[in-house]
Structure formats: structure tokens, C-alpha cells
Design a protein around this ligand. Structure first.
Ligand SMILES: Cc1cc2nc3c(=O)[nH]c(=O)nc-3n(C[C@H](O)[C@H](O)[C@H](O)COP(=O)(O)O)c2cc1C
Length: 196
């Protein structure tokens, strides 16, 4: 049997009760059902300083950023659920990506990103569901050589859409989130076959 696809799933929000962390879980269900192994990461567990070239010059890439990089490298694909902050990517997520993009002496360029696949979902109490963050994240990851699949879902008015247990009241919406997770697995598997 082929080795299962390994997916690193994380939210762009650090907040403990994040809506995006709840929505991420639903997309993860789809990836698991499609046969993937999924590691759910909370970026809150990897606090990193704001990227500063002086820190990098003096001390190198910080330990928590190195942990994030190692996780990215050991997985085939990323499943990301993110809110939008002021119409774009949240600073914490951008910061983690910025650190991960820094090449260390023992690494090839973009070692955390090249040949990886990603899928994006978002949630917001607002009417746009955070979709504008996905436009920004798609652009950033694409420029880092990640293949970002076209399927994406934004859950608008998420505070009304989810019940107290984190279940989406609209089952069709839940299924569309699961489909994103499943599609990520299918595309990553297809790419793995092409790479041999
Ligand atoms: C700094 C900041 C900026 C925000 N900007 C937007 C925005 O542009 N669009 C939007 O829909 N919600 C915006 N929000 C509201 C977030 O969507 C809301 O706080 C959401 O719950 C954050 O996601 P989370 O629940 O996963 O933490 C903003 C929140 C913060 C803290």
C-alpha cells in the first residue's frame, strides 16, 4: 500500500476559541476520510519573534521557527484555515511564513515550500467569511512555489453558522469544507505519483 499523504493543518489565528480552528477541524475530517495522516498544529504553541534581520544575523532562525520549519518539511501538504485581519493575512501567520522562508546553511532554497501542496479555508463573523485573506495567502504561497489548489471555502457569519459543539448547522457547507480536505489529499497523491 502507498505511504499515506502527510498533511500539516493549522489555523492563521492564535486565539484559543478561534472560529477558524473549529472550521479547520471540519476540513481535516475530509482529509482523514480520504486516507491522509494529519498533524494539527496550533501556532500558539510556537511563539516566534517578529521577523527581524538583526535577530537572524545574531542568533539565526529562532528555535520555534525551526520547529515550524521541521514540521513543514516533514509533511507533504498544508491545510490552512485563516481569518482575515484588515482585509488580509493575519500578522502571526505571515510572520511564521516569513521565518519559514529563510534559508539556513544546510538547506536548499524554499525547502519548506517547494513541491508542497496547500488548501485554504477561512471563517469570519463578517459577510465575506475572510475570503480576502485567502487571496493574500494564495499569492504568498504560490510565490513560494507551493501548489495551492483552487478549491476553497469561506464560512461567513461563522458565529451563527456553527453550533456550540463546533458543528456546522448547514451540512452542505460542512461537506464543502470536507471536500477541500479530500481534494487536497487527491491532488497531493497525484503529484506524488508524477514525481515517482
Ligand atoms: C486586527 C483585526 C482585524 C480584523 N479585520 C477583519 C476583516 O478585515 N474582515 C473580517 O471579516 N473580520 C475581521 N476581523 C474580525 C475577525 O474575523 C474575527 O475576530 C474572527 O473571529 C477572527 O478569527 P478567529 O475566530 O479564528 O480568531 C478582524 C479582527 C482583528 C483582531
Amino acid at each position: 500500500m502507498a505511504t499515506p499523504i502527510r498533511i500539516l493543518a493549522f489555523a492563521g489565528s492564535l486565539r484559543r476559541d478561534s472560529w477558524n480552528k473549529k472550521v479547520l477541524k471540519i476540513a481535516v475530517e475530509g482529509a482523514l476520510a480520504a486516507g491522509a495522516e494529519v498533524t494539527v498544529l496550533d501556532l500558539k504553541d510556537l511563539p516566534m519573534p517578529v521577523y527581524d534581520g538583526d535577530i537572524e544575523t545574531a542568533e539565526g532562525v529562532p528555535a520555534k521557527a525551526k520547529e515550524f520549519k521541521a514540521l513543514m518539511k516533514s509533511h507533504d501538504a498544508f491545510l490552512i484555515a485563516s481569518p482575515e485581519y484588515n482585509s488580509s493575512i493575519p500578522g502571526g501567520l505571515k510572520n511564521a511564513i516569513d521565518w519559514a522562508s529563510r534559508q539556513e546553511p544546510d538547506e536548499k532554497p524554499l525547502a519548506c515550500f517547494k513541491d508542497k501542496v496547500a488548501a485554504l479555508v477561512s471563517a469570519s463573523p463578517g459577510a465575506l467569511g475572510g475570503v480576502r485573506s485567502l487571496m493574500a495567502i494564495r499569492l504568498i504561497l504560490s510565490n513560494l512555489m507551493v501548489l495551492v489548489i483552487p478549491e476553497q471555502v469561506s464560512v461567513m457569519k461563522v458565529h451563527e453558522a456553527l453550533d456550540d459543539q463546533g458543528v456546522l448547522k448547514d451540512e452542505r457547507r460542512a461537506q464543502s469544507l470536507r471536500n477541500v480536505g479530500a481534494r487536497l489529499v487527491a491532488v497531493t497523491q497525484a503529484l506524488a505519483r508524477v514525481k515517482g
